[in-house]
Design a binder for this molecule. Structure first.
Ligand code: AMP
Length: 374
């Protein structure tokens, strides 16, 4: 079976790495002009001229990034099975549609309002109560196109700095930590849920993901499963879906969803019986899903901007190094390291040992560490 992947970055690369043992082959469709998957066939098509060619070479289509026109996915879906469905793309490209769907399905969200001018942004900040977070309603990712308003008087400057005609304005959530749940749904409706991970960000970029999230109460995992299950079933979803959440004193609050394999699930490559990548390929191909049981305690460390001392990292017996074959650039995801351990204390020790060889990495700070920020 030939799987067509829209997008050709590291997520596509890891999908292919997981799909080869199942005898899948891959054709990537790249619109950026700089594919990095480095595996399979790549069609570079900045002007959208070779979609038919792409389609003729594949049996099924999936995607590894969600910023592609919904019309493209819809056009493809008329010819070949496209998983997940284009509606999932549509929802997650538009924060208003996403938060509306969450609300309809009983998934808690921050209180929110839409603003379409500096005046209505100010009014939204006044009615929600500051602080609020204003985000471009479309085209935002990794915290880009966002501003925090400490008082309604910040509205003018925030409107100018975001520079987008329509904003999602959210009440600022006082969370204890950021977490995510990754789930997968098969073609026959079979469901599987990975344990929640605790996600540590630095300057808007994920740095560490710890799974299963430490000190997580059982009902919190159950709540997250109920929320993501509602989304999967409502969308008739096939493949891996990620739901990013805030953990608060009053339970989980949903931030956003990603209709794909996710950086916070890279730990599953060595840390779970079946990785998120293999399960996505299984689902998209119509196979039964694999076990999502963790193999131990995991921490994923992102390699950002510079590679660090890879030779020394490779010497550590517990460090599973994954490199994406990308050039160094500030803020760029170049690879990740998965560390497994039998106890959280051992995990923290191993993670700190890895981090010393990653200059520029923020100090490891999480609910496990005493130096925790915030
Ligand atoms: P997003 O692009 O929506 O994922 O937001 C990027 C980051 O901004 C999140 O990972 C949070 O750290 C922070 N953030 C977003 N929305 C809120 C909110 N309503 N309250 C507090 N922090 C937020």
């Amino acid at each position: 079976m030939r799987i067509g992947v829209l997008g050709a970055g590291q997520l596509g690369r890891m999908l292919a790495l997981a799909g080869y043992p199942l005898a899948k082959t891959f054709v990537f469709y790249d619109m950026s002009g700089s594919p990095s998957a480095g595996l399979g066939e790549v069609i570079i098509d900045r002007e959208g001229k070779y979609l038919d060619d792409f389609l003729s070479r594949v049996d099924r289509v999936t995607y590894e990034f969600e910023h592609l026109p919904v019309e493209v996915a819809e056009k493809l879906a008329k010819e070949k099975p496209v998983h997940p469905c284009p509606r999932a793309l549509q929802v997650c490209q538009n924060r208003e549609a996403e938060k509306t769907l969450f609300g309809e399905l009983g998934i808690p969200t921050p209180q929110w309002k839409i603003a379409d001018s500096a005046e209505s942004l100010k009014a939204a900040a006044e009615s929600l109560g500051c602080p609020v977070v204003a985000k471009s309603n479309t085209e935002g990712y990794d915290g880009k196109g966002q501003a925090v308003l400490k008082t309604p008087e910040d509205a003018e400057a925030a409107w100018e700095s975001i520079g987008h005609p329509r904003l999602m304005v959210e009440k600022f959530v006082e969370f204890s930590r950021e977490v995510s749940i990754i789930a997968v749904r098969g073609e026959d409706g079979q469901l599987a849920f990975y344990p929640i991970s605790e996600n540590v960000h630095h300057e808007g970029i994920l740095r560490y993901a710890i799974a299963p999230a430490p000190k997580l109460e059982k009902h919190v995992q159950e709540d997250a499963e109920r929320y993501i299950k509602a989304l999967l079933n409502e969308l008739g979803y096939v493949g891996v879906l990620t739901l990013e959440l805030f953990e608060t004193a009053n339970g989980l609050v949903a931030n956003e969803m990603a209709p794909r394999v996710h950086n916070s699930g890279h730990w599953t490559i060595e840390g779970a019986m079946t990785s998120q990548f293999e399960n996505h390929i299984r689902a998209v191909s119509g196979h039964p899903l694999g076990s999502v049981e963790p193999r131990g305690l995991s921490c994923m460390i992102n390699i950002i901007g510079e590679h660090g001392d890879v030779e020394r990292l490779l010497e550590l017996p517990y460090a599973h190094v994954h490199l994406y074959n990308k050039g160094e650039r500030p803020g760029r995801k170049l690879g990740h390291i998965n560390v497994l351990a039998d106890s959280y204390a051992e995990l923290v020790w191993r993670v700190r040992n890895c981090v010393q060889f990653l200059p520029g990495s923020p100090e490891f700070s999480s609910s496990l560490s005493s130096n925790r920020k915030g």
